[in-house]
Design a protein around this ligand. Structure first.
Ligand SMILES: [Zn+2]
Length: 137
């Protein structure tokens, strides 16, 4: 189910709780909402649709990926300055990102995965994982 986008920064600044096996529907809704905004959005965290659980949906190229309880286990020493927008916020803002990150997470079936993200995908995942901590650009 496609849900409304939360723009209340007081809500968005609350850290999210761990996702559980009962959050499958929340993950499906997040993916559906991201796909509905495919024209202007490449990633979304669950609190952007009012669910304060540690779930992130990203689009990398043509593929969509759900990450439940993602944790960054390694990151590049080198960083760069990016400009990012956010569907929950107005405008574009400068932010510093790592060139690559390694992340462990659970997939939709709660199978544990590990993946290295580079370039734009790494940037998107870092942005969405910040949302889980209540960090806004
Ligand atoms: Zn955002």
């Amino acid at each position: 189910m496609v849900r409304e986008i939360v723009r209340d920064t007081a809500l968005l600044r609350q850290p999210s709780l761990p996702a559980t096996r009962k959050d499958g529907k929340a993950a499906d809704d997040l993916l559906a909402t991201l796909k509905a905004h495919a024209a202007d959005c490449v990633g979304m965290a669950a609190n952007m649709i009012g669910i304060t659980k540690r779930i992130v949906a990203v689009r990398t190229g043509q593929a969509y990926l759900l990450l439940l309880n993602p944790v960054i286990t390694a990151r590049s020493p080198e960083t760069y300055l990016a400009e990012e927008g956010c569907l929950s916020l107005d405008g574009v803002r400068p932010v510093r990102r790592h060139a690559w990150i390694e992340v462990t997470y659970c997939d939709r079936k709660f199978k544990r995965k590990q993946q290295r993200f580079t370039g734009l995908a790494a940037q998107i995942v870092q942005h969405e994982m910040d949302h889980l901590e209540g960090i806004l650009i």
